[in-house]
Design a protein around this ligand. Structure first.
Ligand code: SF4
Ligand code: SF4
Length: 253
């Protein structure tokens, strides 16, 4: 049965968003500089960062963003890319509606919602590298990429899981539980703070949620007009009209 809903992603947001996006862009730049420095030091101490060009197994993970970041991504996309983001956002909504808990939501996101539409599956490259959100910038692995793949952990035997835990515990840069590099994640905290502060100053509230949902909403002119006018309830209503207002994927407040 087809749903008769207006289509998002067909119009561009009003341009006056610099007050919200400029602080995030500046924080991205500072983060890139600090990351480069940290990785150099890590390598000098014998550490290895396994992320690199063409490595993409983490691109099927759910991603939380601010609307400030989503505006930056949306403004870089062409109409076809926006359409693919909107289609992906709808699949995310279905998962949010049907998953009984957070663990199932994440598992189904990786297995069924699957890879981000901005990923080039031929080359493994992010087609919007400069406009990717914070989570895509601050996820680094101290272990080879196969450890990041969906289902890899579940495929390990008990013995292999015990060995993984021991290996993580003795690898510098991890939090002792997972193979991701914790200090590089912590270094991105100023980006979240910049987004939070700039949204509150500009609109009087913050908007957070799923990457594909928020990018789709960022490209929807009526939604952004309500946001810019500080009308949170009207924005939520518009998102509901578009079928994009599930509380797991959109928080306004
Ligand atoms: S986090 Fe894992 S899958 Fe993602 S780029 Fe790094 S090594 Fe590759
Ligand atoms: S935006 Fe780029 S890096 Fe982030 S999930 Fe999508 S393809 Fe991967």
């Amino acid at each position: 049965m087809s749903e008769r809903r207006p289509s998002p992603g067909q119009s561009r947001p009003p341009p006056a968003q610099a007050a919200v996006t400029a602080p995030v862009q500046a924080a991205y730049q500072r983060y890139a500089q600090q990351t480069g420095k940290w990785i150099k030091g890590y390598a000098a101490r014998g550490g290895t960062v396994h992320c690199g060009a063409g490595c993409f197994l983490c691109c099927d993970m759910p991603i939380r963003v601010s609307l400030a970041e989503a505006l930056l991504t949306a403004s870089a996309l062409n109409p076809e890319e926006l359409r693919r983001m909107a289609a992906h956002a709808r699949t995310v909504q279905e998962n949010a509606r049907s998953a009984p808990d957070e663990e199932t939501f994440v598992e189904r996101h990786r297995q069924q919602v699957s890879f981000c539409p901005l990923l080039d599956r031929q080359t493994g490259a992010c087609t919007q590298y400069d406009a990717r959100p914070t989570r895509c910038r601050d996820t680094f692995s101290a272990f080879p990429a196969r450890y990041c793949g969906a289902g890899y952990w579940e495929s390990l035997t008990r013995r292999e899981k015990a060995e993984y835990r021991r290996e993580v515990a003795r690898t510098p840069g991890t939090d002792g539980e997972l193979h991701f590099i914790a200090p590089l994640e912590h270094l991105s905290e100023p980006v979240w703070t910049a987004a939070s502060r700039s949204m509150r100053q500009a609109w009087g509230f913050e908007v957070w949620g799923d990457f594909w949902t928020l990018t789709t909403l960022a490209a929807d002119a009526p939604f952004m007009e309500h946001i810019q006018a500080g009308k949170a309830r009207a924005a939520l209503k518009r998102a509901a009209t578009l079928g994009l207002a599930h509380p797991v994927t959109l928080e306004i407040g």
